[in-house]
Design a protein around this ligand. Structure first.
Ligand code: NOJ
Length: 527
C-alpha cells in the first residue's frame, strides 16, 4: 500500500497566527490543539506546524536557538506532545519544521563561535571567513542575502560570517561532521516524540560551493540569492542564474542519511523539501527513492492565471517526477508568498480563480498542501508600515510576507475575531471588514469558501483515492485547462467566456454553473 503522504492533504499551520490560547496576541500550541476538531472536520490528513522551538523570533521562529525545546511563547514540550497525541486521536498526522541551514545567532554554538578566535573549532561550525581588500574590509564574496543587503556581516575582530537570510541567522557549515550529527540527533528527538515527518527549510541551501566563489552575473546585473517571485513566474522559460549558494550535489548525501534515519522508525515518517530549485529536473533530484519523500512544487504556485501555464507545469512535473518514481506535490500559498486570491487579481474575481485553481489541484495525483486561511478565502492584507514585523521588510522595504500572515478570524464581528481570549489585539492587525470571513460566519453559509473547501476535500476522498496517478491533458481550447485522471474529468475555464461542458455528472464545482455552461474563472470535476 502507498504510504499515507503520497496522496495526503496537508494543512500548513503558521503557529503565530492560527489560534492564541493565552491572550498574548500570538498563536501557540495549546491554541492549535484546541482547534484540531476544526481541521479534522475540514478533512485534512496532516498538519505542518511552522517552527515553535526556542527562538528570539527575529525571523518568527526560523531562527532557532534550541532545536529540542519549545519557546515559552508557544508553550512547553508537554504541549507539543499533547498536540501530537490529540491530532493522532483524531486521525490527523503532524509534520514539524526543521531548520538546518542556519541557527539563530543566540544558539549556544554561535555564542561560542563569537567568544572564540578566528580558526577555532567553534567558528568551524559556521562559515566564517576573512574579508577581501588590503584590510579585509570587503566581504569575502558578492553574495546577497535573500532578505536583501549583503550576505555577510563583519565582527569587531575583523572576520565575516555568512548569512543567506537575516544577520541573526548564521549559516552552518555542513562540511563539518558535527553539524550532520547534531541534526541526526534533532531528527531522532522529534521522531521519538511521535511526529510523522519534517518540512525541511531551505533544503536546497545547506551546502554551498566549497570555494565560496563570487556569483557570476551578466553585464549590468546585480548579484541575487533569493527567488524573485515576479521574474520566477516565467520559471519554465527563464535562463538559469549562476547559483553557487544553492542546489549543490553534496546536499544529496545529507538527505540519504536522513532517509536512513527515518527508515529506523515505523509508520511511514516523511520529509518534504522546501527547495526553491530552478527547474523541475533539479526538484526531482531531491526525491529520488533514497532521499526525501517529497518536495514542494513551487512551479505550480509560480504559474500565472493561465490554462496554458497550468498545463505546462502539470506536464513537466509529472514527466520529471515519473523518472524517479516520486509523487508530485501541489501548493498555491504559504507563509512566504502573496495569497493566491490576491495574486490572481484580488476581489471576487481573484477569489473565484483561487477556488478554481484549488479544485483543479485537488484532482491531481500526489499530495496537496494548503495554507491556513485559504479555506476562508482570505486575501493578502495591507499591513500599515508602522506595524510591519517581517525582517525582510526591514532589510528591503519591499512589501513581502506580513500580509499573508495575519491571524485567523474565528468568530465575532470585530478584531480579534476570537483569535485569542478577550479583546487583546494580535501581533499583526486584522482588517475591520473580516466579519463575513470568520469560520463561524462561513459555517452558517452553504455558499462560503469554507463550505467549498469542505466539499472539495470530501470529493477528493470519495473520487480520487485509488485512481491512477496518470494524467491525460485534453485539448479544450487555449484558455481552458482540461485533464482526465481515470474516470474523473477536470475542466478549468481561465478564459473570459463561458464554455460548454463535456458529458459527465458534475461531482463538485468551484462556483455556480449555468446549466451545462462553465463560467469564466470556474472549475468542475465530472464523473
Ligand atoms: C523559508 C521559510 O519558509 C521562511 O519563512 C524563512 O524566512 C526562510 N526559509 C529562512 O529560514
Amino acid at each position: 500500500m502507498a504510504p499515507w503522504w503520497r496522496h495526503a492533504v496537508t494543512y500548513e499551520v503558521y503557529v503565530r497566527s492560527f489560534a492564541d490560547s493565552d491572550g498574548d496576541g500570538i498563536g501557540d500550541l495549546p491554541g492549535i490543539t484546541s482547534r484540531l476538531p476544526y481541521l479534522r472536520d475540514l478533512g485534512v490528513d496532516a498538519l505542518w506546524v511552522t517552527p515553535f522551538y526556542t527562538s528570539p523570533q527575529h525571523d518568527h521562529g526560523y531562527d532557532v536557538a534550541d532545536y529540542e525545546d519549545v519557546d515559552p511563547l508557544f508553550g512547553t514540550l508537554a504541549d507539543a506532545d499533547e498536540l501530537v497525541a490529540t491530532a493522532h486521536e483524531l486521525g490527523v498526522r503532524v509534520v514539524v519544521d526543521l531548520v538546518p541551514n542556519h541557527t539563530s545567532s543566540e544558539h549556544e554554538w554561535f555564542r561560542a563561535a563569537l567568544a572564540s578566535p578566528p580558526g577555532s573549532p567553534e567558528r568551524g561550525r559556521y562559515l566564517f571567513r576573512d574579508g577581501k581588500g588590503p584590510d579585509g574590509s570587503e566581504p569575502p564574496n558578492n553574495w546577497r542575502s535573500v532578505f536583501g543587503g549583503p550576505a555577510w556581516t563583519r565582527l569587531p575582530d575583523g572576520q565575516w560570517y555568512l548569512h543567506l537570510f537575516d544577520s541573526t541567522q548564521p549559516d552552518l557549515d555542513w562540511r563539518n561532521p558535527e553539524v550532520g550529527d547534531l541534526f541526526e540527533r534533532v531528527l531522532r528527538f522529534w521522531l521519538d516524540r511521535g511526529v510523522d515527518g519534517f518540512r525541511v527549510d531551505v533544503a536546497h541551501g545547506l551546502l554551498k560551493e566549497e570555494s565560496l566563489r563570487d556569483q557570476i552575473v551578466g553585464e549590468g546585473e546585480e548579484p541575487k540569492s533569493g527567488a524573485d517571485l515576479e521574474s520566477e513566474r516565467s520559471m519554465v522559460e527563464r535562463t538559469l542564474r549562476d547559483e553557487p549558494m544553492w542546489d549543490q550535489p553534496e546536499l544529496h548525501d545529507v538527505y540519504r542519511r536522513w532517509h536512513r534515519v527515518l527508515a529506523d522508525y515505523d509508520g511511514d515518517r516523511m520529509t518534504v523539501a522546501e527547495a526553491w530549485t530552478q527547474t523541475p529536473e533539479s526538484m526531482a533530484r531531491f526525491v529520488r527513492a533514497d532521499e526525501m519523500s517529497q518536495a514542494f512544487n513551487f512551479s505550480w504556485l509560480l504559474a500565472p492565471w493561465s490554462a496554458e501555464a497550468f498545463a505546462a507545469v502539470i506536464r513537466s512535473t509529472l514527466e520529471e517526477l515519473s523518472e524517479v518514481d516520486a509523487a508530485p506535490t501541489w501548493v498555491l500559498s504559504n507563509h512566504d508568498v502573496v495569497r493566491h486570491p490576491t495574486r490572481y487579481g484580488g476581489g471576487p474575481v481573484g477569489l473565484a480563480r483561487a477556488r478554481a485553481a484549488t479544485l483543479a489541484m485537488l484532482a491531481l495525483p500526489g499530495s496537496a498542501y494548503l495554507y491556513q486561511g485559504e479555506e476562508l478565502g482570505l486575501e493578502n492584507v495591507e499591513v500599515p508600515e508602522d506595524q510591519r514585523q517581517d525582517p525582510a521588510w526591514f532589510r528591503t522595504h519591499t512589501d513581502w510576507r506580513d500580509g499573508c500572515r495575519v491571524p485567523l478570524p474565528w468568530s465575532g464581528d470585530a478584531p480579534p475575531y476570537a483569535f485569542g481570549p478577550g479583546t487583546g489585539q494580535p501581533w499583526l492587525p486584522q482588517p475591520l471588514d473580516w466579519a463575513d470571513r470568520t469560520v463561524d460566519a462561513q459555517e452558517r453559509d452553504p455558499g462560503s469558501t469554507l463550505a467549498f473547501y469542505r466539499a472539495a476535500l470530501a470529493a477528493r476522498r470519495t473520487h480520487t483515492l485509488g485512481l491512477t496517478e496518470e494524467v491525460e491533458l485534453l485539448d479544450a481550447g487555449a484558455s481552458v485547462l482540461a485533464f482526465r485522471r481515470g474516470e474523473l474529468t477536470v475542466v478549468l475555464n481561465a478564459g473570459a467566456d463561458a464554455v460548454e461542458l463535456p458529458a459527465g455528472e458534475v461531482l463538485v464545482s468551484s462556483g455556480e454553473l449555468v446549466g451545462r455552461l462553465l463560467p469564466a474563472d470556474t472549475a468542475v470535476w465530472l464523473g
